[in-house]
Design a protein around this ligand. Structure first.
Ligand SMILES: *Cc1c(COP(=O)(O)O)cnc(C)c1O
Length: 374
């Protein structure tokens, strides 16, 4: 038995979570109810935008935001190849085609310099993902989107509370989508949100979320909509989590600062935070250096044997069977995917846990190098 088990992610319930959920149970308001509006209002205020719309997960949030922009079959939407699958899938749900762009090596987010080349007459929009909690370089992307008449959606599923040049993620584009899955910065179990400053977009998404029902006439369905609603119980959890978001973000930053100071920099490249960014540190993600003498997957397997759970960086979507493009098409993303490793990042970690993680990384690498030297 390993001496301990340290999960890569863990929710922290340190506020009104139980009280609010119990209110739902006590009042019998488990499906609809007042927590939904309260969570939406509080989240809109947090992001500094007029509108926030809850939904059942971060993928349906992306689907809603894309549908509201009116994609047609054959349209193209630019997405970073290095991200979770949701953005590309949501484009496909609309009958449109995701077009992949390589990553920027420091932040791992979409490389603004790679976007222009991939714009065609069929391109309708861009999704910028704030990967692992680091904001994408939004001004450059926004300027290009405006110049070429494209919509711009932020995928903030991993970046609640991150900032770009002082401005909140969630307020930087036409719409921003969030996830509250169990492993995210704040969680409702499953859940999602879309923020926007555009009242028309908001109204469209609201109708699409509720089966396409005419808001002025009950059971009069005017468009093909979906049941993408969040429940009152989930919203109760979300509101309680959001009330303490400063604490959640502060704990993550403490963990990240500790890693930055104590991880062996000759073996792993630390996570980057650009001077223009405030990282939300969803997952503190390092790159295993070639000089470390161990492959990322071998290091991850050895850490797991010591009770330390980690996560490999996503496969770039262009290597997946569903979306395959030529190997080498996006070399930076391929390198990040090969060497990137997310370390445990959450509010329950102690300094002792962190010292244990750093110590194991050092020992595993030196044992591997000693074995290789014979
Ligand atoms: C988690 C995540 C999503 C999707 O969220 P779900 O709630 O799991 O549907 C979308 N994009 C990114 C970048 C994510 O990390």
């Amino acid at each position: 038995m390993p001496p301990r088990f340290i999960p890569v992610a863990h929710p922290v319930f340190a506020g009104n979570e139980k009280e609010y959920v119990n209110q739902c149970l006590d009042t019998l308001w488990i499906a609809s109810g007042e927590f939904i509006q309260r969570f939406e209002d509080a989240f809109a205020a947090f992001c500094g935008v007029p509108h926030a719309l809850t939904c059942n997960n971060g993928t349906s949030a992306l689907h809603l935001a894309l549908m509201a922009h009116g994609l047609d079959p054959g349209d193209e939407v630019i997405v970073p190849t290095l991200s979770y699958i949701s953005a590309a899938n949501a484009v496909r749900y609309c009958g449109a085609c995701p077009v992949f762009v390589d990553s920027e090596p420091r932040t791992m987010t979409i490389d603004p310099a790679g976007i222009e080349d991939r714009i065609t007459p069929r391109t309708k929009g861009i999704i910028a993902v704030h990967l692992y909690g680091h904001p994408a370089d939004m001004d450059r992307i926004k300027e290009m989107a405006a110049r070429r008449g494209l919509f711009l959606i932020e995928d903030g599923a991993e970046a609640h509370g991150a900032r770009y040049r002082g401005r909140m993620v969630g307020s930087l584009a036409d719409a921003c989508t969030f996830s509250f899955f169990g492993n995210k910065i704040i969680s409702t179990g499953e859940g999602g949100m879309v923020t926007t400053a555009d009242p028309d977009l908001y109204a469209k998404m609201r109708i699409l979320r509720g089966q396409g029902m005419d808001p002025k006439r009950r059971y009069w369905f005017t468009t093909l909509g979906y049941n993408y609603r969040m429940s009152n119980i989930q919203a109760a959890l979300g509101l309680a989590q959001l009330e303490q978001i400063d604490l959640h973000l502060a704990r993550r930053r403490e963990v990240a600062d500790w890693y930055a100071r104590h991880l062996p920099a000759d073996l792993v490249e630390p996570a980057c935070e650009e001077p223009w960014a405030s990282h939300a540190f969803w997952l503190y993600t390092v790159l295993v250096r070639r000089e470390a003498g161990i492959a990322r997957d071998d290091l991850a397997a050895a850490l797991l044997r010591e009770g330390i759970e980690t996560r490999p960086v996503f496969f770039p979507m262009h290597v997946l069977p569903l979306y395959r493009e030529a190997a080498g098409a996006h070399p930076v993303a391929e390198d990040l995917a090969e060497r990137g490793l997310s370390l445990p990042t959450h509010g329950h970690l102690t300094e002792d846990d962190l010292a244990y993680i750093a110590g194991r990384i050092r020992e595993i690498c030196s044992a591997t190098r000693a074995a290789a030297a014979g």
